[in-house]
Design a protein around this ligand. Structure first.
Ligand code: FAD
Length: 185
């Protein structure tokens, strides 16, 4: 059973999956491959001078899979229900149980509405600074929570924040995913 189910494989979902898989949480990412990145070319992602959005996505997928995440491109999530102990995630190909769910579906908030998450007066998903919604252990990122602030690096940051909160919950204390030069040797 995956510990973390991530819905959406754009910068937000892949960034979340990188952190959770890198830190050994069993992670599955479902993605219908309609990320806006396929229409974008990045000149404003810090550390990257210039990259085609599809190439960025392909490299990001490889990086996340390299850390052990189960990336299911083409599999659509059709429902998410809280079942008391976690979440039942239904896709067009099966059913999964997960303890945490991260919604990274771009502008599509339907699944979160069905789950009963609270929304703000601006019709955005209401989250705290760690991206957690009013439904415990359910997180929302990117355009779900931001009015028109649609930039890849911001979505990636949201995904990282959600993942770090999950990691902190799991470890029982604030977790810092710090590496040092020695780790790269
Ligand atoms: C023309 C254009 C140019 C842009 N240029 C730039 C730029 O230069 N710089 C920049 O920073 N940003 C740019 N952007 C914006 C950037 O693409 C977005 O900010 C970024 O893609 C948002 O990432 P995200 O992960 O939040 O959502 P998305 O990238 O939208 O990813 C959401 C993913 O969730 C999947 N999904 C949705 N529902 C489901 C479901 N039920 N089950 C499974 N999967 C699901 C979708 O298929 C999609 O792959 C541009 C956008 C456009 C349209």
């Amino acid at each position: 059973m995956p510990k973390v189910a991530i819905i959406g494989g754009g910068p937000a979902g892949l960034s979340a999956g990188l952190f959770t898989a890198k830190n050994d949480l069993d992670t599955v990412v479902f993605d219908t491959d309609e990320t806006w990145m396929h229409k974008a070319h990045l000149f404003n992602y810090l550390g990257i001078e210039s990259i085609d959005g599809t190439e960025f996505t392909e490299q990001s997928r490889e990086q996340v899979e390299g850390f052990g995440a189960d990336l299911r491109v083409g599999e659509e999530v059709t429902a998410v229900e809280a079942d008391g102990e976690g979440f039942a995630v239904t896709t067009d190909d099966g059913e999964y149980d997960a303890e945490y769910v991260i919604f990274a579906t771009g502008t599509d908030a339907d699944l979160l509405e069905d789950l009963g998450a609270a929304f703000t007066d601006e019709d955005l998903v209401d989250v705290d600074l760690s991206m957690e919604t009013s439904v415990e252990n359910a997180y929302a990122t990117g355009a779900l929570i931001r009015n028109q602030e649609w930039q890849a690096v911001i979505s990636a940051g949201d995904g990282g924040a959600a993942a770090l909160d999950i990691l902190s919950n799991e470890k029982g204390e604030h977790y810092h995913d710090f590496d040092t030069p020695a780790d790269a040797e």
